[in-house]
Design a protein around this ligand. Structure first.
Ligand code: TGC
Ligand code: FAD
Length: 399
């Protein structure tokens, strides 16, 4: 990739809504990304490889569990700080943000919220320092949007649990030391279990051939009569609401992250349009180019304001799941549309690795699907405003 010349757009002075600490955190992550990740990311994406060497740096800038309290090894930051960190990481690559948001929201969060004191002390400091990498197993081959239908299950064998089943599309599974796995007990109730690499019968085959999130590693989790110690069950919460509340945290991070990807595409397109000459003038002088750029900055600005407000609500403990869904859905679609328009502004150069556009565009095709698809989030808003869930058409919701 060409030199990282990113300059963040801030059309409505959103900076004035941030504290000095927020800006310091954001600028620190931005500088680290420019120095350590931007120079290598394109190469790793082309090779479909995760740059493992960035793990200690991610830990150092506070990207692993930003809001986890200091007593468990986290930096104890607020939700807006968490969002800004995700924005800066995804500004570089959605896969880098994925690594941090899975570790933070899908592994550390459930251990922090639903784990025993022993589990918190055992795992959280190592996850915060990057000494340990975690993954989150909810999706199954036959149960994606409908996790309630999961078939992965565990039986109480007296002195341990016996876990069987498989999870699919799991970010970081091939490199993870632990997996937070959601499975049904004999009564069909969903619980979280911490499964450690090395347990007999537990394997994590990698999924190859992705055209998206190529710098992030994705795999399966396979459980073949895995003996899980009883102390590895998360005691604090059971039922589908437990994994779904982790998704709230991750979706919140994605809402911010998508703004980062959009900003990068806009910034690159704006610069390119001023430098690229056609018909003896910069292409930025054509009204059709200006329309694209003006619409991009309008959408980015709206997303920034929406997301900042969501951050305030989340800091106050008042953000609803449906509000988070709206921001995730809006911002990812916004970013994807901007990536497509930015690709056009770059002409043929837009399809090369010289510019980050095509990589962002391909990445966002996963982001719009994972953590709840675009349409599922629409239905969550529909449910919230009408009171009628439309996820199932078996008529049960009308009884
Ligand atoms: P439903 O009956 O509506 O709800 C079941 C229980 O859960 C509660 N609940 C929530 N709790 C907390 N947060 C939320 N967001 C919640 N949404 C629902 C609900 O109140 C109920 O509680 P209770 O006590 O009454 O039992 O559930 P449903 O089966 O009808 O499904 C609803 C639906 C479709 C919205 C849900 O299943 C859903 O969100 N599906 C999408 C699945 C999904 O997002 N999977 C993501 C997997 S992880 C991932 O993609 C990681 S990508 C990582 C990366 O690389 O960044
Ligand atoms: P499906 O659920 O089969 O959906 C297919 C289509 O049907 C979609 O368009 C969907 O919107 C539509 N559809 C489904 N139900 C309805 C409905 N009721 N009404 C209207 N339309 C509907 N999962 C994890 O647990 N952990 C991870 O770390 C993780 N990482 C991922 C990384 C990547 C790169 C990807 C691609 C996925 C990851 N996922 C992970 C899985 C992800 O959450 C699922 O892909 C997602 O929830 C959608 O499930 P699905 O792919 O099975 O699609």
């Amino acid at each position: 990739m060409a030199e990282d010349r990113f300059q963040a757009p801030d059309y409505y002075n959103v900076d004035e809504l941030l504290t000095d600490e927020h800006k310091l955190i954001r600028d620190t992550v931005r500088a680290w990304v420019k120095k350590e990740v931007s120079p290598i990311i394109e190469d790793y994406a082309q090779r479909a490889e995760f740059p493992k060497q960035i793990i200690p740096g991610l830990a150092e800038v506070g990207a692993f569990g930003p809001y986890i309290p200091e007593e468990y090894g986290g930096p104890g930051l607020d939700q807006i700080s968490y969002g800004l960190i995700m924005q800066e990481l995804e500004r570089c690559d959605s896969g880098v943000r994925s690594t941090a948001s899975v570790q933070s929201s899908l592994v550390m969060y459930p251990i922090w919220k639903f784990g025993s004191e022993e589990q918190k002390k055992k795992y959280l400091p190592k996850l915060a320092s990057g000494e340990m990498i975690g993954c989150f197993g909810l999706t199954e081959p036959d149960h994606g949007s409908n996790p309630a239908g999961m078939v992965t299950n565990f039986k109480d064998m007296g002195d341990h649990y016996l876990l069987n089943g498989a999870k699919m599309w799991i970010t970081n599974s091939p490199i993870a030391d632990i997996a937070v796995v959601w499975a049904k007990n004999e009564e069909g109730r969903i619980h979280g279990l911490i499964v450690e690499r090395g347990m007999e019968g537990f394997t994590t085959p990698e999924i190859h051939g992705k055209w998206s999130l190529r710098a992030s590693v994705t795999g399966e989790l396979v459980f073949d009569n895995v003996k899980v110690p009883k102390e590895n069950l998360l005691p604090g919460k059971s039922g589908l609401g437990a994994p779904l509340s982790c998704l709230d945290s991750a979706r919140f991070g994605i809402a911010w992250g998508a703004i980062g990807a959009a900003m990068d595409c806009y910034d690159s397109a704006l610069r390119y349009s001023k430098e690229r000459i056609q018909f003896d003038v910069p292409i930025a002088s054509f009204q059709l180019t200006q329309k694209k750029l003006a619409e991009m900055i309008t959408e980015i600005t709206k997303a920034q304001l929406l997301t900042w407000r969501l951050g305030v609500l989340r800091n106050e403990g008042k953000a609803t799941s449906a509000q988070i869904s709206m921001a995730k859905r809006n911002n990812v679609e916004m970013a994807l549309k901007i990536a497509r328009e930015a690709r056009q502004i770059h002409g043929g150069m837009g399809i090369t690795g010289e510019y980050p556009i095509m990589r962002h565009m391909m990445n966002l095709e996963s982001v719009i699907t994972y953590e709840g698809t675009h349409d599922i989030h629409l239905l969550i808003t529909g449910y919230d405003i009408t009171g009628i869930p439309a996820f199932r058409n078996d008529g049960k919701q009308f009884k």
